[in-house]
Design a protein around this ligand. Structure first.
Ligand SMILES: Nc1ncnc2c1ncn2[C@@H]1O[C@H](COP(=O)(O)OP(=O)(O)OP(=O)(O)O)[C@@H](O)[C@H]1O
Length: 704
């Protein structure tokens, strides 16, 4: 007796049946496939009932069953067919995108972006509140207009008419006011989001391994910092802003339109599934092209940066034409990709517009019929057409309405503002753009999530450090060329108070040893020990204060000489800077400069000679009073007093450990001990005198 009793309840009964189906299917789904898609159970349970309810509203001829339990096989096939269509639409709505190496639902990057924006939650809540209020005001305007028209036609009462007009004015004014507040707040949130995300991204970049920077160009990173972060922020606003506005608008419009005429409403929504399907195809391509355009633009930037920063080399080798060709190629690729993307956008717009026009004609025809049947009033029909026009009106973007095909590539983030784009389509569009932009912004997460091979988790901070360095059976290959061992079972030690010179032909692995001692990389096998403790156990800052390196091509930062010497040392006294400059033999030329220590060194120290740059770089290392000092060809451009300078470098209470990498024989002679490297292995070691008399690799090296 249960089903006949349920059938007696009519529409309510059919929804109760849907609820029961949901319980049974949902429960079975969880038992059989615990991690499976639960949306399927919801759709399979509810979609047939939604179909039957809408059919009832349309008043189509023929008797439809109230309950599915008592329905004939024909109705079961029909209703479940609609459920399958709904399921397919759902799968179209949630495309998968790749996040880093993993495949994930398109929601994943969106959720991460929202998590990034979470600190702005008080402003976001206010903005959403204004958004709802503005949508309410906006959608009630046509209804109030229809009411005013009906009042005008049927009643002479001025008070009723004034109330209707007053309501109309109130709805318009409040929607404008709330829309303004919503827009302002979203822009404010966006600026703060950009600032914080760039800051976070840059912080994560500066701590990356050196291998990461060898694989990624500076121009690409700067492009990620600017355009990709802007793209990510556009997900918040305008994307989420516009999508929610459209959602609010669509819900409001549907509610008012259903109230006026369910039949016309269903007709007006006829093109929605088709538009969504077309959107899915378009979005997949657009997403792919969008990424390709961003990559190509970053590559073009890299070409410019590389050419400009190496302009002297380009000039010397007459490489202008080659550079021009490289740039035109990169530019051509970007333009081709943009053209392709724009062409696909144009085709998509054409299809969408045709669908929309067909539906408009259909609604007008049926509206006219309903008016003749008397199932809708003239005011109601006017209000309905106003709603349709409203739904078909373009969405405003900041400075007026811009056709979507004119939106610049990097800001292909705006809502579809194409004239005639319906609110439903704009909703589907803004939803698609939201997901596609969130996916494109994934690169930001790739960098934020980048894991370091060289960890900085060490905590060891001894009160005193002797500076005894041991390379223990160290083997190493650069991450960019993992197949080629650059160091093979290298074992030697650096003793406190001694200058140990590393000698060897070009490419024998000398600088690589220095890089491992600075922990730029982690050895593949073996260990580098400092006072018997592996380098990785030392606290990051402590280690880099104790171990200082002056490289082959010292890099100075734009700013004064003082800033460069005291770089990274907040608490550095003037006397310490002067003492370090004196020890490095730089005081002489600095005092001859008009502005002394305040002299600007220019970009990358370009206003100083090579030798002067080397001396300032040595002073920058000495000011830290390091326990271990590495001089990697740091004296190649120095004149006669290099000898004195070496003595100064060693002076640290007399027990500083110095690793000297040099090709200059007279410098090698000054060292206490020499380690000779050949093809990444230790060929021999000993004092310069010992090695000089042996006639082995060291002697051969001196003869070269
Ligand atoms: N970043 C890198 N990525 C891959 N291979 C590298 C990298 N740096 C150096 N190499 C390779 O490692 C080997 C050792 O280089 P390294 O710079 O240690 O030699 P070196 O003895 O200091 O040479 P030089 O006397 O010319 O300075 C070389 O064959 C070089 O090509």
């Amino acid at each position: 007796h249960f089903f006949p009793a349920l059938a007696q309840l009519g529409r309510v009964g059919s929804w109760l049946e849907a609820g029961l189906r949901l319980l049974v299917l949902g429960g079975a789904g969880r038992l059989l496939a615990p991690g499976g898609p639960h949306g399927a159970a919801v759709l399979l349970s509810l979609a047939p009932t939604v179909f039957l309810t809408l059919r009832g509203y349309l008043g189509l001829p023929g008797a439809a069953p109230v309950l599915l339990a008592t329905a004939t096989p024909f109705w079961l096939v029909l209703t479940h067919g609609t459920a399958t269509v709904a399921l397919l639409t759902w799968s179209l709505l949630v495309p998968t995108v790749s996040v880093g190496a993993k495949k994930a639902e398109a929601w994943v990057p969106l959720k991460r972006l929202l998590a990034l924006a979470w600190p702005e939650w008080p402003f976001l809540i206010c903005a959403f509140l204004f958004l709802v209020l503005a949508a309410l005001g906006e959608t009630s305007v046509p209804y109030c207009t229809g009411r005013a028209l009906d009042v005008l036609r049927h009643e002479d009462n001025f008070a009723t008419f004034s109330t209707a007009v007053g309501l109309l004015g109130l709805a318009s004014a409040s929607s404008s006011l709330f829309a303004g507040c919503r827009g302002g707040l979203f822009s404010f949130i966006k600026s703060r989001f950009i600032l914080r995300t760039r800051d976070q991204l840059f912080s994560s970049l500066v701590y990356q391994d050196l291998a990461f920077f060898q694989k990624t160009t500076a121009a690409e990173l700067s492009s990620r910092l600017s355009s990709d972060v802007t793209l990510a922020s556009s997900v918040l606003t305008p994307n989420i802003n516009v999508m929610l506005r459209n959602l609010g608008k669509v819900l409001g419009l549907c509610a008012f339109m259903l109230g006026l005429s369910p039949r016309l409403t269903l007709l007006a929504l006829l093109d929605v599934p088709l538009a969504i399907a077309a959107r899915k195809v378009y979005n997949t391509r657009h997403q792919m092209l969008q990424r390709a355009v961003l990559d190509a633009a970053a590559n073009t930037g890299a070409v410019v940066q590389e050419s400009i920063s190496s302009i002297e080399t380009v000039r010397v080798f007459n490489g202008e034409e080659e550079e021009e060709r490289r740039y035109s190629q990169a530019l051509g690729k970007t333009l081709r990709l943009r053209d392709q993307r724009d062409m696909e956008k144009a085709i998509f717009l054409l299809i969408r517009r045709a669908l929309q026009l067909a539906v408009q004609v259909l609604v007008l025809y049926c509206g006219h019929q309903q008016l003749r049947e008397g199932t809708i009033t003239a005011g109601g029909l006017v209000a309905f057409i106003l709603y349709q026009t409203h739904a078909g009106s373009s969405v405003q973007v900041r400075s007026g309405t811009v056709p979507c095909h004119q939106i610049p590539t990097f800001v292909a983030t705006s809502p579809c503002p194409h004239p005639g784009c319906s609110a439903m389509q704009a909703l589907a569009y803004s939803y698609g753009v939201l997901l596609s932009n969130a996916a494109a912004a994934c690169k930001v997460f790739d960098y934020l999530d980048q894991e370091r091979a060289v960890g900085t988790g060490g905590t060891y901070v001894p009160a005193t450090l002797r500076g005894h360095v041991t390379f223990c059976q160290v083997s190493f290959a650069y991450p960019t060329r993992p197949e080629r061992l650059v160091l093979r079972e290298v074992t030697f030690e650096l003793r406190p108070g001694e200058v140990t010179a590393l000698a060897g032909l070009n490419g024998s692995g000398k600088s690589t040893c220095a890089a491992l001692l600075e922990r730029f990389y982690e050895p593949g096998a073996g260990e580098v020990l400092l006072d018997g403790v592996p380098l990785r156990d030392y606290e990051h800052r402590y280690l880099h204060r104790q171990v200082a390196l002056v490289g082959q091509e010292p890099v100075l930062f734009s700013g004064s000489i003082r800033d460069n010497i005291a770089y990274g040392m907040k608490d550095c006294e003037e006397e310490e800077i002067v003492a370090a400059a004196r020890a490095a033999g730089a005081l002489g030329f600095i005092s001859e400069l008009e502005r002394g220590f305040d002299t600007d060194v220019g970009e990358r120290g370009g206003q100083l000679s090579a030798g002067q740059k080397q001396r300032i770089a040595i002073a920058r290392a000495l000011v830290r009073r390091p326990t271990v000092l590495i001089l990697d060809e740091a004296t190649s451009a120095l004149d006669g007093d290099g000898d004195v300078m070496l003595q100064q470098c060693m002076r640290n209470g007399g027990d500083r450990t110095v690793l000297l990498i040099t090709h200059q024989p007279w410098m090698l002679e000054k060292a206490d001990r020499v380690v000779v490297l050949e093809n990444g292995t230790v060929a021999e070691m000993g004092t310069p005198t010992e090695l000089g008399t042996r006639g082995g690799p060291y002697s051969r090296l001196l003869r070269c």
